[in-house]
Design a protein around this ligand. Structure first.
Ligand code: NAD
Length: 260
């Protein structure tokens, strides 16, 4: 049990990668706050975890809304006695060429990925600093934190930005033993990616199979998707790491799509 009695606030954990992290962290003894826009799905995920004997609650949050972020962090901290781990994971994707991207969609993307990371960090750091037992902040970046792709200007911009935020939090948090790191997955077949396959096929004028083979997995070493389990294992390593030796880092888990 690498996370026994640690409290983890995980955004976007009613689905996909965040949900898998919640499942693994619960198995490792953590108390889980499922923080998601979709409250019904968050409650259902919390119920699934509780059925295995874990402690979990679902809380409603739009990560772009400061009051909702603060209220949901307070609710989780009150339920379980503080916050030890933040996984800032909630995210969406919108794809268009730059010249067709609406300003409204650009702002929406930056709000979810960057404002959401900032607001949840600010709210959770207050608890981590006051508790005096250290902490781990983990941002869900992407290969797009390192590399660009067609049609994804705000996503690529925001995911690169998370590395800057993590490095700053790593420096500021060090004296409180709070670490900050970024996980950079390749393509994972979650609802977020399933939605992109037909969209990209349409925009690029190719088949869905071609999108998978020649766009999404083209640069991997073996043509394989990264899995939610792969990403959750990396999250566990960052969350369970005991010292400031591992902080301010970004780790790519992508079947070799991007090599450092
Ligand atoms: P997903 O669609 O399966 O899950 C995203 C979750 O975030 C959903 O439960 C949704 O309700 C929630 N959410 C969306 N907007 C929200 C908001 N404003 N406030 C709170 N919750 C919100 O997606 P996923 O693939 O699991 O993606 C999770 C993270 O991983 C995202 O940040 C994404 O950019 C990143 N990522 C995904 C992939 C991939 O290939 N799937 C690759 C690299 C990085």
């Amino acid at each position: 049990m690498q996370l026994k009695d640690k409290v983890a606030y995980i955004t976007g954990s009613a689905s996909g990668i965040g949900k898998e992290i919640a499942i693994l962290f619960a198995q490792e003894g953590a108390k889980i706050i499922i923080a998601d826009l979709n409250k019904e799905a968050a409650d259902a995920t919390a119920a699934e975890l509780k059925a295995t004997g874990a402690q979990a609650i679902g809380v409603a949050v739009d990560v772009t809304n400061e009051d909702q972020v603060n209220a949901s962090v307070e609710e989780g901290a009150a339920a379980f006695g503080g916050i030890d781990i933040l996984i800032s994971n909630a995210g969406i994707q919108i794809v268009h060429p730059v010249e067709e991207f609406s300003f409204a969609d650009w702002k929406k993307m930056l709000a979810i990925h960057l404002d959401g990371a900032f607001l949840t960090t600010k709210a959770c750091l207050k608890h981590m600093y006051a508790q005096g037992r250290g902490g781990s902040v983990i941002y869900m970046g992407s290969v797009h934190s390192k590399e660009a792709s067609l049609l994804k200007a705000p996503y690529v911009t925001a995911k690169h930005g998370l590395i800057g935020l993590a490095k700053t939090v790593a420096k500021e948090g060090a004296k409180h033993n709070v670490r900050a790191n970024v996980i950079c997955p390749g393509f994972v077949r979650t609802p977020l990616v399933e939605k992109q396959i037909p969209e990209q096929a349409k925009t690029l004028g190719i088949s869905e199979q071609e999108v998978i083979k020649n766009v999404m997995l083209k640069e991997t070493v073996d043509g394989e998707f990264t899995t939610t389990e792969d990403v959750a294992r990396v999250a566990l390593m960052f969350a369970g790491f005991p010292t400031n030796a591992l902080t301010g880092q970004s780790l790519v888990v992508s079947h070799g799509w991007f090599m450092q």
